[in-house]
Every structure is written in structure tokens, then in C-alpha cells.
Design a protein around this ligand. Structure first.
Ligand code: NAG
Ligand code: NAG
Ligand code: NAG
Ligand code: NAG
Ligand code: NAG
Ligand code: NAG
Ligand code: NAG
Ligand code: NAG
Ligand code: NAG
Ligand code: NAG
Ligand code: NAG
Ligand code: NAG
Length: 418
């Protein structure tokens, strides 16, 4: 009976008592909605149909279950301003709250999420929330927490481990400080982790290796130091690993070669040293490999030919030596190749471009010799091509001066030599 909810209201005297209960319960959800409406400034009049002419379950942005209990509040991108409507955590059956892309300010009472045990999805990204992330009680039901692109400050909370059901955690683009707590490894179901663009310091905890469900790790644009933990090599489901623009030192651990599902490996702008471990060339699914702006050295082996899915390969601003591997000519999907500012020597592979899809090639500032290959523009889509600061000789091949895509591009019309 209670399931029939407000609809039965007034139709039957027999169930008056039951209906009374269900109506008061609904009424209180009704009041909660009105308090949200009154606390938020609504310049686009998204609340225009929030009135008594229709059931609140039909109000814009509201979804109810079949007992007229509010389960979803989806009010993203409404240009709302004002404070976070605290009462939103009081709906007893609420599962989804999305207030992303607004201009709300003040603190998020995230502390109250632990008393809202029905909540599964909370998206408050792209607002201007400030203050601390205070977590006290556990909430195993919460699966998605997206608080990215706000102004949340203070320490990254140790208590994050209490949200043990999380599958998706995005705190990127805030001003969180302190270290990444080891307790994060309690989130064993977490698939997506972003803490990028904060001010986190200290080492990346090796405990990350315990989070076997992880598919995406984004820790870039912080101030993390120390080495890349060997344990990351134990995350068999990992698809994206992004640790860019930190202060990471030491060698790239060869355990990363165990990440057979890895498609994107971004380690640029760190202080990594040593060679690329041979195991990296076993990552046959790699689409993009960017190790630029480090202190890496050594030669690139021909076994690179195993990376048949590679589209983007960036090694610029390192200390690599030896020849540019011929294997690059046999990577059919290769689009962008940037090897500038290294110590590569010898000739440019003569078939480069023949079987690739090259759009951008930059080999400048190396010690390359010999002739420029004829085939570079064979893809017909090469639009940028830079070779200055080398010791190349001979003419620019005719095939290149006839390259239509180069002419059409806004880049310098003539490829630059020396
Ligand atoms: C109430 O909402 C209806 C749409 O459901 C709208 O047509 C009407 O103008 C609203 N009334 C008031 C007083 O805002
Ligand atoms: C109401 O929803 C519940 C689950 O949310 C479902 O089990 C039940 O069958 C639904 N009842 C009706 C009448 O649709
Ligand atoms: C949202 O508000 C800002 C200023 O508060 C205004 O510049 C912008 O045009 C508004 N957006 C829309 C879609 O009305
Ligand atoms: C949260 O909202 C933003 C903006 O609407 C959206 O881009 C993002 O994908 C949402 N996050 C999740 C986890 O759905
Ligand atoms: C939020 O939680 C705090 C601490 O548990 C409590 O004191 C406060 O009353 C709660 N606020 C709401 C609106 O539930
Ligand atoms: C966000 O809040 C900060 C600090 O309260 C303020 O300086 C800034 O102007 C705000 N930005 C927007 C877009 O409201
Ligand atoms: C880990 O999660 C469990 C619930 O699954 C919780 O009881 C425990 O307190 C959490 N530990 C930490 C360190 O957060
Ligand atoms: C790395 O550390 C140095 C000092 O140790 C500091 O000057 C620099 O800003 C740091 N880099 C980043 C990206 O935080
Ligand atoms: C990064 O951390 C180092 C110490 O590890 C510190 O000296 C430096 O100032 C920090 N840089 C920034 C930009 O926070
Ligand atoms: C990586 O796999 C090799 C076997 O292929 C194994 O010996 C090694 O322990 C693994 N490393 C990690 C960190 O899992
Ligand atoms: C590059 O390698 C040379 C030795 O081959 C070494 O002397 C130099 O210090 C290295 N430079 C950097 C920036 O790592
Ligand atoms: C080359 O690029 C074209 C267009 O950008 C695309 O249709 C084609 O599939 C690419 N070839 C390979 C092998 O990736």
C-alpha cells in the first residue's frame, strides 16, 4: 500500500492511516525540496515548475521511485549560486545528487555523507566550494565521489578509507596539501583515481598496489617526490597511468612491463633517470607513450616494433643516444613522433613515413647525419616537420616540397634545417 504513495491520497478512507503516514513522509520530502529552492539563487529559473500545480516527482531535475520518494536530484549546469543546500543529505531514499557546473560557494558538509546511507553518486564538480574535506563516519554505499575543480584546501583526508565502496574518486583541480594517505588502499573496488592538479607532496604510496581494480591513475601536476612504486606493476587492470609534472626521481620500474592492458603511459616533466626498461616494449596495447622532459638515457631498441598500436611517441628533452630505430617505420598507426633535444645520432630511418600515418615529426636538436628521407610525407597528412640543429646534408627532397598538407598548414612553409 505504501508503495502507491501519494497517488492513493484521498481515494480511499479504508487506508487512511497508511496514507497519512506516506503523505507526511512525502510532505517532509516536499518541504526539503522547498528549502533547497529557497536557499539557492536561480538566475535561469530552473525552478519555474517547482510549484503545487504538479507532483514534486515531476519537478525539473527530480526523479522519484515508485513510492514517490526522491531518489535523484540532477541540477547540473543551472548557473546556481549560493551555498550548498545542506538539507539535500536528509532525503531518506536519495541515491544520486548532481549539482556540478554551478557557481555554489562555501563548505561542503561532506561529513554528513556518512549519515546518508542511501547515497551512491555525488557530483559537485566545477563549483567554487572551499574549506576542508572532513570525513568522520564510514559510508560503504557511496560509489562515485566527484568534487573536482573546486577550491577545497587543507590536508587530503586520511579518513578517505572509510568510503570503502568507492569506485570513482575525483578530487582533481583543488588545492589539497599533504601526502596521499596509505589508508587509500582500503578502497579496493576503486577503478578511477584522480588527485591531479593539487599541491600534494611526499611519495606515492606503494599501497596503491593493493587496489587491484584500478584502471585509471591520474596524479599529475602535484609536487610528489621519490620513486615510482614498483607495486604499481601489480595492477593488472591498469589502462591509464599519468604521473606527469611532479618531482619523481629514480628509474622507471621494469614491473610496469606487467601492465598488459596499459594504453596510456605519461611520465613527462619529472626527474627520472636511467634507461627505458626493456619490459615497457612488451606493452603491446600502448597507444601513447610520453616520457619527455626527464633525464632518461640509453638507446631505444628495435624491439620497439612490438608496439604496433602506438600513435604518439614523445621522448623529447632527455639524454637518449644511439640511432633512431628503424622499427619506427613499421608502426602503422604512428602519427606524432617527437624526439627533439636528445643525443640521437646516425641517419633518419630511410622508410620513415612510408607505412606510418605521420602528421607531426620533430627530430630537431640531435646529432643526426645523412639525408632527409623521401618518404616522410607519404601519408599525405604531414603538417609539421622540424629538423633544425642537426648535421643533415643534401637537398630537401622534391617529395617534401610537393607535400600539400605541409603547404596548407600554418607552420613554416619550408621545413627548417640546421
Ligand atoms: C507552476 O508550474 C507550471 C508548470 O508545471 C507553470 O506553467 C506555472 O506557471 C507555474 N506557476 C507558478 C505560479 O509559478
Ligand atoms: C517498485 O520498485 C521496486 C524496487 O525499486 C520494485 O521491486 C517493485 O517491483 C516496484 N513496484 C512497482 C509496482 O513497479
Ligand atoms: C551564468 O552566470 C554568469 C555570471 O554569474 C554569466 O556570465 C553567464 O552568462 C551565465 N550563464 C548563463 C547560461 O546564463
Ligand atoms: C560530474 O559532472 C561533470 C560536469 O557536469 C561531468 O563532466 C563529469 O563527468 C561528472 N562526473 C561523473 C563521475 O559522472
Ligand atoms: C552534519 O554532521 C555533523 C557532525 O556529525 C552534525 O553536527 C550536523 O548536525 C550535521 N548536519 C546536518 C545538516 O545533518
Ligand atoms: C571562488 O572563490 C574564491 C575564494 O573564495 C574567489 O576568490 C573567486 O573569485 C571565486 N571564483 C568564482 C569563479 O566565483
Ligand atoms: C576500511 O573499510 C572498512 C569497511 O570496509 C572499515 O571498517 C575500516 O575502518 C576502513 N579502514 C580504514 C583505514 O579506513
Ligand atoms: C620540485 O622540487 C624543487 C625543489 O626541490 C622545487 O623547486 C620545484 O618547484 C618542484 N617541482 C614541482 C613540479 O613541484
Ligand atoms: C615541492 O616540494 C619541495 C620539497 O620536496 C619544496 O622544496 C618545493 O618548494 C615544493 N614546490 C612547490 C611548488 O610546492
Ligand atoms: C612481473 O611479472 C614477472 C613475470 O612476468 C614477475 O616475475 C614479477 O614479479 C612481476 N612483477 C610485479 C611487480 O608484479
Ligand atoms: C647526459 O649524458 C651524459 C653522458 O652521456 C652526461 O654527462 C650528462 O650529465 C647527461 N645529462 C643529463 C641532463 O642527464
Ligand atoms: C591513418 O589515418 C587515417 C585518417 O586519419 C585513418 O582513417 C586510418 O585508419 C589511419 N590508419 C591507421 C593504420 O591507423
Amino acid at each position: 500500500m505504501a508503495e502507491d504513495g501519494a497517488k492513493t491520497c484521498g481515494f480511499s478512507l479504508m487506508f487512511m492511516f497508511l496514507i497519512f503516514i506516506s503523505c507526511t513522509c512525502s510532505a517532509s520530502e516536499f518541504e526539503l525540496l522547498l528549502s533547497i529552492k529557497s536557499s539557492i539563487h536561480d538566475p535561469l529559473q530552473s525552478f519555474s515548475n517547482w510549484n503545487l500545480s504538479i507532483s514534486f516527482c515531476q519537478w525539473k531535475g527530480i526523479v522519484c521511485d515508485n513510492s514517490t520518494h526522491v531518489t535523484k536530484i540532477e541540477l547540473s549546469g543551472k548557473n546556481f549560486s549560493g551555498k550548498f543546500p545542506e538539507s539535500i543529505f536528509h532525503f531518506p531514499y536519495i541515491e544520486t545528487i548532481d549539482l556540478s557546473n554551478n557557481q555554489l560557494v562555501g563548505e561542503i558538509p561532506i561529513i554528513n555523507v556518512s549519515s546518508c546511507l542511501s547515497l551512491r553518486f555525488l557530483n559537485l564538480s566545477n563549483n567554487n566550494f572551499t574549506g576542508q574535506l572532513l570525513i568522520k563516519g564510514s559510508n560503504p554505499s557511496l560509489q562515485v565521489l566527484d568534487l573536482s575543480n573546486n577550491m577545497l584546501s587543507d590536508k587530503f583526508p586520511e579518513e578517505i578509507g572509510l568510503f570503502s565502496g568507492l569506485e570513482y574518486l575525483d578530487l582533481g583541480g583543488n588545492v589539497l596539501v599533504g601526502t596521499i594517505p596509505k589508508s587509500i588502499s582500503n578502497l579496493t573496488g576503486l577503478q578511477f583515481l584522480t588527485l591531479a592538479s593539487n599541491q600534494l607532496i611526499g611519495e606515492i604510496p606503494g599501497e596503491l598496489g593493493l587496489m587491484k581494480s584500478l584502471k585509471w591513475i591520474y596524479l599529475g601536476y602535484n609536487n610528489l617526490s621519490g620513486g615510482i612504486p614498483v607495486e604499481i606493476g601489480e595492477l593488472a587492470s591498469l589502462n591509464h597511468l599519468d604521473l606527469v609534472s611532479n618531482n619523481l626521481t629514480g628509474e622507471i620500474p621494469s614491473s610496469l612491463g606487467n601492465l598488459t592492458d596499459l594504453q596510456y603511459l605519461f611520465l613527462y616533466l619529472n626527474k627520472l633517470t636511467g634507461p627505458i626498461p626493456r619490459s615497457i616494449f612488451d606493452l603491446k596495447k600502448l597507444i601513447s607513450l610520453d616520457l619527455s622532459d626527464n633525464f632518461l638515457s640509453g638507446e631505444i631498441p628495435e624491439i620497439l616494433i612490438q608496439l604496433q598500436n602506438l600513435e604518439v611517441f614523445h621522448l623529447f628533452s632527455n639524454n637518449f643516444t644511439g640511432k633512431i630505430p628503424n622499427a619506427l617505420s613499421s608502426l602503422p598507426r604512428l602519427r606524432v613522433l617527437q624526439l627533439w633535444s636528445n643525443k640521437f645520432s646516425g641517419e633518419i630511418p630511410q622508410n620513415l613515413g612510408k607505412q606510418n600515418n605521420l602528421t607531426l615529426l620533430d627530430l630537431s636538436t640531435n646529432t643526426l647525419t645523412g639525408k632527409i628521407p623521401q618518404s616522410l610525407c607519404e601519408s599525405g597528412i604531414l603538417f609539421k616537420f622540424i629538423l633544425f640543429s642537426n648535421s643533415l646534408e643534401g637537398e630537401i627532397p622534391k617529395s617534401l616540397s610537393h607535400c600539400k598538407s605541409l603547404k596548407a598548414s600554418t607552420a613554416p612553409k619550408q621545413p627548417t634545417l640546421r
